[in-house]
Write a protein that binds this ligand. Structure first.
Ligand SMILES: Cc1cc2nc3c(=O)[nH]c(=O)nc-3n(C[C@H](O)[C@H](O)[C@H](O)COP(=O)(O)O)c2cc1C
Length: 266
């Protein structure tokens, strides 16, 4: 089989998933790479064109061993008709548990046929200067692995015969899946002394949780703790102050400091 286009479909608040997908897509033997970024509320209103003559790479981060609920909701708008898919999760060096299996089952439900899957490592959303977790990943070694993964996909695509493609990709993970994360009770806060109200945090929030109403307001019920606002603030004015959340960062820093390598499923 041969394809004209690879379409990347992703949810990626702090951009590590996007980076991994871009690198895989660049290694796939096609004429064109198209982005379909479902991270931001404004992009969700786009009409989703049917998938034709293309292969799709679909990716999301791992949240508590699962897919982020909001990513699942957004992916559920996609419809495919036996379109081939490469499924990717990116996790912060703790573990990906059931997330890749959840993504596999979801894409099958949407009409895709997953032919390859991978779990890559990205800098943990909760990583800070003081408590780094998988800092700087995906790094050059990970990028090399994405190239090798893409090459294996190219080889696999060449051998596929349209009438024989089956849903038989084996992925690690368990069903029933791990429990979903409980509702969020805390959000990053604004350090008023550093904030110059530039609005960057509002722009990068994937759920529209941040708004400007006589100061920066964050709606707890919408915040998914992705830390896009913390990581993108040019003045380091978005900070995590909650002690339980900070304790999680310390635990991750202490327990997840042995480098994990990408896992590929073909
Ligand atoms: C709420 C939340 C839960 C997370 N849970 C996990 C987890 O269970 N295992 C893990 O290794 N990383 C976990 N992470 C880290 C992210 O999976 C990781 O940082 C990923 O690279 C973020 O992807 P993005 O840059 O595309 O947003 C979690 C991050 C957040 C915000």
């Amino acid at each position: 089989m041969k394809f004209k286009r690879v379409k990347m479909v992703y949810f990626s608040p702090t951009k590590t998933t996007q980076k991994v997908l871009e690198s895989i897509a660049n290694g796939i033997d096609v004429e064109e790479v198209v982005h379909f970024d479902l991270t931001y509320p404004k992009n969700i209103e786009q009409t989703i064109a049917p998938f034709l003559d293309e292969i799709v790479i679909i990716g999301a981060p791992v949240y508590a061993g699962r897919l982020p609920v909001v990513a699942v909701e957004r992916f559920k708008q996609l419809r495919a008709n036996n379109t081939l898919a490469i499924i990717v999760v990116v996790y912060g060096n703790r573990g990906f548990d059931d997330a890749l299996l959840e993504l596999k089952n979801l894409v099958i439900e949407l009409g895709f046929i997953p032919i390859a899957g991978a779990a890559f490592v990205g800098e943990h959303s909760f990583s800070t200067h003081d408590t780094p977790v998988a800092q700087g990943r995906p790094d050059s070694l990970d990028i090399q692995d994405t190239m090798e993964f893409a090459q294996k996909i190219n080889d696999k695509i060449k051998t596929l015969l349209t009438f024989k493609i089956q849903n038989n990709l084996e992925i690690s993970g368990n069903f029933p899946y791990k429990d979903e994360m409980p509702p969020n009770k805390v959000t990053p806060v604004v350090n008023e002394k550093l904030c110059n109200e530039c609005g960057m945090c509002i722009d990068v929030c994937p759920t529209g949780a941040i708004s400007f109403e006589e100061g920066i307001i964050t709606k707890t019920e919408l915040c998914i703790r992705c830390c896009a606002c913390v990581k993108s603030c040019p003045n380091e004015a978005r900070v995590v102050e909650n002690s339980a959340w900070k304790a999680i960062s310390h635990t991750l820093n202490a327990n997840c400091n042995i480098r994990k390598e990408p896992e590929l499923f073909l």
